[in-house]
Design a protein around this ligand. Structure first.
Ligand code: FE2
Length: 193
């Protein structure tokens, strides 16, 4: 396996972007689900955001929202995921080295947003994939009323909820999606602003 960059030493937009895209190139072929890889899931999710006319920060959040899965090994020796490594916190803290809250908050909240939507939209739960229902249980199940009130007061809530919906859609075998090269260009442009 290629060596990992020394992340905290990265400062220039091009080198940060190369390292992020490099992580997808190294680990993005791993399965996200039975039918899509991590790269397919990430780029399809970004594609949903682009299609809906989301702002650039939200597009990048959509692409990067599961990067925590690429930073840790969450599987037991038999390949099963049995513990919650809080990939949303891992990813958001990692991305906060270079990105603002408009990117990191939706990433951090995308798991809670599933628990939120299951509480406020019962039909949402029925549409979840079996893998999402499994992880929902690991993540604490639908939010309580108090948790819903606290969640609705958070910044970037709308982007987080949108991201959550795209997350569920971005699991389609062979679906059209932006290339890694397009995402590379978008990240460099955002970090250069
Ligand atoms: Fe996801």
């Amino acid at each position: 396996m290629a060596t990992m960059p020394v992340w905290r030493e990265l400062a220039q937009p091009a080198e940060i972007t190369d390292a992020l895209i490099g992580l997808f190139e190294q680990r993005g072929d791993e399965k996200y689900s039975e039918v899509v890889t991590q790269i397919e899931h990430a780029t399809q999710c970004a594609g949903c955001a682009i299609e809906e006319g989301a702002g650039e920060a939200t597009v990048l959040a959509a692409f990067l929202h599961d990067i925590g899965h690429l930073l840790v090994n969450e599987r037991d020796d038999d390949g099963e995921v049995r513990a919650d490594f809080h990939h949303e916190n891992v990813g958001a803290r990692f991305l906060a080295n270079w990105f603002d809250e408009a990117v990191t908050m939706p990433v951090q909240l995308h798991v809670s947003a599933k628990r939120y939507l299951c509480a406020v939209e019962p039909s949402y739960h029925d549409e979840l994939s079996s893998a999402s229902v499994h992880t929902l249980t690991l993540q604490g199940g639908p939010m309580s009323d108090d948790e819903v009130i606290a969640f609705e007061a958070l910044p970037h809530l709308d982007a987080a909820v949108s991201l959550r919906r795209w997350d569920e859609q971005a699991k389609v075998e062979g679906a059209a999606a932006p290339s890694l090269d397009e995402m590379r260009a978008r990240i460099i442009a955002y970090l250069t602003l």
